[in-house]
Design a protein around this ligand. Structure first.
Ligand SMILES: COc1ccc(CN)cc1O
Length: 331
C-alpha cells in the first residue's frame, strides 16, 4: 500500500498543512504533520467555544466508526510551551488515499491560546516514534506505525517547498522528486525523535567546511533552523547588517542585505545540503520594519539542534522507520 498528499505552507512557511479525513462519513480537517511529536490530535466538538476560532472540529458522535476509549486521556506540551489535552477515540483516518482503520484519534477538550489563534490549523499528526505518545493509561501508535506493516516500503518522505505546495508520500520513494543521490544517516530513536548527527557545516559557497558534529532532530513541526551558538555566530558574522536583538528574540538583519550567504550542512559521505540565503530571512520583525528575523536561531533554549522547516525545505527527506535512518537529497 502507499499514499501521497499535498502539503501547503502558511504565510512565511511558518507551518505546512495537509488535508486528512477522519470518521464515517468522512470529516476533512487540515492538520500539521509533525515529526517532532507522536500524538495525532484534533480540534473537536468537545472544546469550549471560547477555545475555537475558525478551526474545523472533529465530531466523534457524528462518526459511525468512532469508539470512545473510556478512561483514556492525553496531554501534550510543545517546545514553544503551547499545549493541548483531551479524550481518545478509535476511528478511521485517511491521509492521501492511505487508510488506517483503527487509529487513536486524540480529541481536544483544551487547547492553549497559540492553537486557538492559529485558525487554519485543525490539529497535528505526530510522526515521531510512538514511545513518546502521551495517551494514558496506555500509549498509542502513530498513524505511520499503524500503516507501516501494509506499506510497500517502511518509509515516508517530506518534500517541503519555499512558498509553494509540496508533498508527503507514504510507503515509497518518488525518484522524480529529487536530484542526485539520497544519502542515508543513522537515527537514534531513543527519545522518540528523528535524531541524527551532522558532521559539520559551511557558510557560503567559498567558505571552509567546519568539522563539528551537530546532534539534532529532523522536525517538520518546527518552523526555524535552531543551531548551536557557535554555528549561528559563524553564519551571522558574514552578514553586514546582522544583530543579535534580545528584544526581538534573536538574530535580525536588514531584509534586503545582499551579503546573506547560503548555508550548507553535512549529512554523510561528503554530501552537503545547501540552504539558500533567501530562506534565512524568515519574516519582517515588525510591520513596516526594514529588518528581518533570521531563519537560523540559537538552539540554546532547547539543548539540541532542530532541523526545522527552514532546513527541510532545502531537501528531499526520507524518514525510514524500517531501518531507523534519515535519507537526504538535493532537489
Ligand atoms: C502553536 O502551533 C504549534 C505548536 C507546536 C507545534 C509542534 N512543533 C506545531 C504547531 O503548529
Amino acid at each position: 500500500d502507499r499514499g501521497s498528499v499535498q502539503n501547503s505552507p502558511k504565510l512565511y512557511d511558518v507551518e505546512y498543512l495537509m488535508p486528512v479525513s477522519l470518521g464515517t462519513p468522512s470529516q476533512q480537517l487540515n492538520l500539521d504533520l509533525d515529526t517532532g511529536s507522536s500524538d495525532l490530535w484534533v480540534f473537536s466538538t468537545l472544546l469550549k467555544e471560547s477555545m475555537v476560532n475558525g478551526q474545523t472540529l472533529y465530531n466523534p458522535n457524528a462518526s459511525t466508526t468512532s469508539d470512545k476509549m473510556e478512561g483514556y486521556t492525553w496531554k501534550i506540551t510543545y517546545g514553544d510551551q503551547s499545549y493541548s489535552s483531551g479524550d481518545v477515540y478509535i476511528d478511521t483516518v485517511t491521509i492521501g488515499d492511505l487508510t488506517v482503520s483503527t487509529q487513536a484519534v486524540e480529541a481536544a477538550k483544551v487547547v492553549s491560546e497559540e492553537f486557538t489563534a492559529d485558525s487554519d490549523n485543525d490539529g497535528l499528526v505526530g510522526l515521531g516514534f510512538g514511545i513518546i505518545n502521551t495517551v494514558q493509561p496506555y500509549k498509542q501508535k502513530t498513524f505511520f506505525e499503524k500503516a507501516m506493516p501494509g506499506l510497500d516500503s517502511p518509509v515516508f518522505t517530506a518534500d517541503l517547498k519555499a512558498g509553494a505546495p509540496g508533498r508527503y508520500n507514504f510507503g515509497y520513494i518518488d525518484d522524480d522528486a529529487y536530484s542526485g543521490n539520497i544519502t542515508y544517516v543513522p537515527v537514534n530513536s531513543t527519545d522518540g525523535f528523528w535524531r541524527w548527527v551532522s558532521p559539520g557545516f559551511q557558510v557560503g559557497s567559498a567558505g571552509s567546511f567546519n568539522s563539528t558534529r551537530i546532534h539534532g532532530i529532523a522536525d517538520t513541526g518546527t518552523t526555524l533552523l535552531l543551531l548551536p551558538d557557535s554555528v549561528c555566530d559563524a553564519f551571522y558574522s558574514q552578514i553586514a547588517s546582522a544583530e543579535y536583538e534580545p528584544s526581538q528574540g534573536g538574530y535580525t538583519f536588514e531584509c534586503g542585505d545582499p551579503t546573506v550567504p547560503d548555508f550548507y550542512f553535512g549529512t554523510a559521505n561528503g554530501q552537503m545540503i545547501r540552504i539558500p540565503g533567501s530562506y534565512m530571512s524568515y519574516s519582517k520583525t515588525d510591520t513596516g520594519s526594514s529588518r528581518c528575523f533570521g531563519g537560523m536561531q540559537s538552539d540554546s533554549g532547547v539543548g539540541f539542534t532542530i532541523w526545522g522547516d527552514v532546513a527541510l525545505k532545502a531537501a528531499f527527506v526520507v524518514f525510514d522507520q524500517g531501518s531507523e535512518q534519515l535519507g537526504w537529497a538535493e532537489k
